[in-house]
Design a protein around this ligand. Structure first.
Ligand SMILES: [Fe+2]
Length: 610
């Protein structure tokens, strides 16, 4: 409270004390004092049931009763009735601070004393007897009382809030002027009537005063009910907005889960699948980073397989401790939550702390009863997880685990197929000791040629399998033909020429190897159309042409039943000689680059000219 406000309270307190002394000194005769006591009690009661409207104003019958007291008992009546009103105001409906009690009592009594003085100076007498002669003094007293009372209150608000006096007065008190003048008029008539008719006049004239007060009270009560209902509506609206926001988030989450599900169904590539999952989670949550670990049960270690948002420094030591949250999540098959505020902050590693991570959640990835990995989500701010987020992350963990398990099973099946086919190849080669190791050598040379030609990753993968299994069809050729040392008959040659077709019949049941079937079928075709089994010319698959060159080179440089191995130079010269007719020119060029790394460009041009 500032000095000016304190000064105002002090001045009002002094004038109030003087006013109370004036009231006591001018008490009426003893036989009339009980009427004054009744009026004082009524004034206090009226104050208790006043109807507050704005910050510092109210509708009350206290002014009417104190004004009657003025007209019947002069200064003593006005001042003591207002003192009764101030006493109730000090404690009801709540106890007020002592300086407010003092200030309000001073305002009430000072205003009453000033009004009574103005009444007396204007010729007013008490008890009032004549209506006409009392109009001017009573009107003056009412104006003085209203003006002083409201001005002191407005001045106090001005000094304590900084608002202008005009603004405070207009907002809180101006609207009370007609009410005060009306109350003063009715009260004057009631006082005059009391002198001639007794208390019945007070009762009769109180009705016009009670009715507006009753209306105001009902209006305020109704208004409060409306405000309360409006507040409820605002609360309901807020709840609807929050529900709508949550619904939008759930829709977004469901959409993301749907896209992740599609990715899992459409892709058997582990990296592609996990990349979709970590990036989707990073988009849905305010996460710093998301990582997926695969669990190597044999070596009991975690392998960081996919991540987003993590630094190189963190990736070097993501979880060095065996007691880290991801390890414990796997070991105990339950999620570990570190919200950064209350739970398990000591589980975060030093690497995580250096990364700025303060909160994290680790979920085990469990497919069936088998733990296949862990999902690690980190936050750079404390994060209190809600049920919706837990549900979302658990669902992602289930999807991820199912995807990883599916990929692992697919790898196992693929490996099993390859092992089976490799065994078949070994069987074929076992039938002909001269071709032992032939398939692996053809694969190695074909891959070198393919890389030299700049094949795509997918083509290289297909080339590797096709080269490895290119002669699998020979399993259907009699051993007597394969190992025959003498020249083959035409019928035997026809049998040999069926092996590319037989390969297709064997491999068509293995989806992973279906892409190799047309490559293997054409590995004995020639650009000039003299090949087999279809005798096509031009437009041969590049991968078939590569296998043809690698196959011929290895055949020439290996011992056969009917001849010894030829030299490398001889084989290369044969390749050059067959370029354009037996072999694809581009493949021969690449093969020479592989077989003769120091081959000069001139030699390549020579080959191209053949
Ligand atoms: Fe072959």
């Amino acid at each position: 409270m500032n000095t000016k406000a304190k000064s105002l309270i002090g001045v009002v307190a002094v004038t109030g004390a003087g006013s109370i002394a004036l009231g006591i000194m001018s008490l009426p005769p003893t036989e009339s004092i009980w009427v004054l006591l009744v009026l004082i009690v009524l004034c206090g009661a009226a104050q208790a049931v006043s109807v507050p409207l704005f910050a510092s104003s109210s509708v009350s019958l206290a002014f009417a009763i104190s004004f009657v007291s003025l007209l019947l008992f002069g200064p003593a009546g006005a001042i003591l009735a207002n003192l009764g009103s101030a006493a109730v105001h000090a404690f009801y409906p709540r106890r007020r601070a002592w300086y407010k009690m003092v200030f309000n009592a001073g305002v009430f009594t000072t205003s009453a004393a000033a009004a009574a003085s103005a009444y007396a100076l204007a010729g007013g007498v008490w008890p009032v007897r004549d209506l006409l002669s009392a109009v001017v003094p009573a009107g003056l007293a009412a104006v003085i009382y209203f003006w002083l009372n409201t001005s002191l209150v407005a001045l106090a608000l001005t000094l304590t809030t900084g608002a202008s006096f005009r603004t405070v007065f207009n907002e809180n008190h101006r609207w009370l002027i007609p009410q005060y003048l009306t109350i003063a008029s009715i009260t004057l008539m009631a006082a005059v009537g009391y002198q001639s008719m007794g208390p019945i006049a007070l009762v009769a004239f109180s009705l016009p005063l009670i009715m507006p007060w009753t209306s105001a009270r009902m209006y305020v009560a109704q208004t409060r009910t409306i405000i309360a209902r409006n507040s409820e509506l605002v609360d309901v609206n807020d709840q609807l907005e929050r529900a709508n926001t949550n619904l939008q988030q759930r829709i977004e989450q469901m959409g993301t889960l749907y896209r992740v599900g599609l990715a899992l169904n459409q892709s058997l590539e582990l990296h592609e699948m996990l990349s979709c999952i970590v990036n989707s989670l990073k988009d849905l949550l305010p996460a710093h980073g998301v990582a997926v670990f695969l669990y190597d049960a044999q070596h009991e270690e975690l392998i960081l397989t996919e991540h987003v948002g993590l630094s190189v420094q963190y990736l070097a030591h993501p979880e060095p401790s065996l007691d880290g949250p991801a390890t414990r999540a796997i070991r105990e098959k339950r999620r570990f939550v570190m919200d950064g505020a209350s739970s398990n902050p000591d589980l975060l590693s030093q690497a995580a702390a250096n990364e700025g991570v303060v909160a994290a959640i680790c979920l085990p990835l469990i497919a069936g009863d088998e733990v296949v990995g862990a999902l690690d989500i980190t936050f750079s701010e404390p994060h209190i997880f809600n049920d919706n987020e837990f549900t979302l992350m658990e669902t992602f963990a289930e999807q991820t685990a199912a995807g990883i398990r599916s990929w692992q099973l697919n790898q196992q099946v693929h490996g099993s197929y390859l092992s089976t086919i490799a065994a078949l190849v070994a069987t074929v080669e076992a039938k002909d000791p001269y071709t032992r190791g032939h398939s692996e050598r053809v694969r190695d040379l074909a891959l070198s040629i393919g890389n030299q030609m700049g094949l795509s990753r997918d083509d290289v993968d297909t080339l590797e399998l096709a080269a490895l299994f290119h002669d699998i069809g020979k399993i259907g050729i009699p051993e007597s033909i394969l190992g025959k040392k003498d020249s083959l008959t035409e019928e035997e040659w026809q049998s040999i020429r069926r092996h590319p077709s037989i390969a297709g019949a064997i491999l068509k049941h293995i989806p992973r190897l279906s892409g190799t079937i047309p490559i293997i079928r054409s590995h004995h075709e020639r650009p000039d159309g003299a090949g087999y089994p279809d005798g096509i010319s031009g437009g041969l698959p590049t991968l078939s042409a590569i296998i043809a060159v690698a196959d011929s080179y290895d055949a020439m440089t290996s011992d056969r039943p009917y001849r010894l191995a030829k030299s490398k130079d001889f084989a290369i010269s044969q390749l050059k000689g067959g370029a354009g007719s037996q072999f694809d020119v581009r493949v021969v060029e690449a093969a020479i680059q592989v077989l003769e790394p120091k081959a000069r460009t001139g030699a390549q041009l020579h080959v191209l000219e053949l």
